[in-house]
Design a protein around this ligand. Structure first.
Ligand code: R5P
Length: 300
């Protein structure tokens, strides 16, 4: 029997495309809120004995977590054989240590809570900084797809003479890979975050790169302060065309407009989170990660 692909609200387009690519069938469910804000879930498809994937990108995760886990619990309750999650953006990965005494390490807590309801997880470039792999906190089978090659191909196709720029030392490894595939040089900046919206970024001497277009590349754009401060350094150094490329377009509040106002000529993101800036398609990369995951288990 073909696997069934369910979608949380706002994930239908991604779910439709993945269903077609994975030769699966769409699962149908009604998921809505009661007038008082509580969640309602009703499964329309016959899930008995079936292998399931739920598509739910996890930006603004607090509102999504309960409907997602209700859906996963309900399908299991109704006899589903396996339940996996395709989350193009995986939330809560950045709080991976106790930066200040008393803080909760929410990446680990979120992983534990989510894993209670799932057999497997597929995502794109989770923010792995102090951790090497999702396996350190997710006890379920995980497969990760990477947007780096897609970003590199986009740069090659759209920027004539790029200089790939990583915002901080941690980004060096993947920025170097993007630059190599884009056939471009790269530099990394020094970044210090002092608060949610207080970021300091310093650039090395960029004089030798005059005539190139800086392409700022980061995994997550949230407040956009990292990109804004990086763009400012290049504006100050006399660069007039600056491109910003992010994987996950979180754009908190007015971050997108603020980044445009900071003098960035173009903002481009992957469609892991739906946004007007989406220009790089990750569906095939996600589907390949699901295929890989499937091969590892022989069930979806
Ligand atoms: C942090 O380590 C990430 O790689 C991003 O640089 C960060 O999440 C960007 O956040 P913001 O847009 O709020 O500066």
């Amino acid at each position: 029997m073909k696997p069934l692909v369910f979608a949380l609200p706002s994930n239908d387009e991604m779910a439709e495309r993945l269903t077609a690519r994975l030769d699966a069938e769409r699962g149908r469910a009604e998921i809505r809120r009661f007038p008082d804000g509580e969640s309602y879930v009703r499964i329309d498809s016959d899930v008995r004995g079936r292998d399931l994937a739920i598509v739910c990108t996890l930006d603004r995760p607090d509102d999504k977590f309960l409907p997602l886990t209700f859906l996963a619990t309900a399908v299991r309750d109704l006899g589903a054989r396996t339940v996996g999650l395709i989350a193009p953006y995986l939330a809560y990965m950045r709080q991976d240590t106790r930066f200040r005494p008393g803080e909760g390490i929410t990446s680990a807590y979120f992983a534990k809570m989510l894993s209670l309801h799932l057999d497997w997880l597929v995502t794109i470039d989770p923010h792995l900084h102090r951790r090497k792999s999702l396996a350190e906190i997710y006890p379920i089978r995980c497969a990760v797809a990477h947007a780096g090659p897609l970003i590199a191909d986009w740069i090659r196709a759209h920027v004539a003479s790029p200089l790939v720029v990583g915002p901080d030392r941690e980004s060096e490894q993947w920025v170097a890979e993007v630059a190599a595939r884009a056939n471009a040089p790269y530099i990394v900046l020094e970044k210090t975050r002092l608060g949610d919206r207080d970021v300091r970024v310093s650039a090395p001497d960029t004089g030798r790169w005059k005539g190139r277009t800086p392409v700022l590349v980061d995994d997550i754009v949230s407040t956009a302060r990292t990109m804004i401060e990086a763009a400012k350094r290049f504006r100050e150094a006399g660069f007039t065309e600056i491109v910003a490329v992010g994987i996950h377009a979180l754009f908190a509040g007015s971050a997108y407009d603020e980044l445009l106002s900071a003098g960035v000529s173009r903002i481009v993101t992957c469609n892991t989170v739906a946004h007007a800036s989406n220009a790089i398609d990750v569906v095939e990369a996600l589907a390949k990660a699901v295929d890989l995951n499937q091969r590892r288990s022989s069930t979806m």
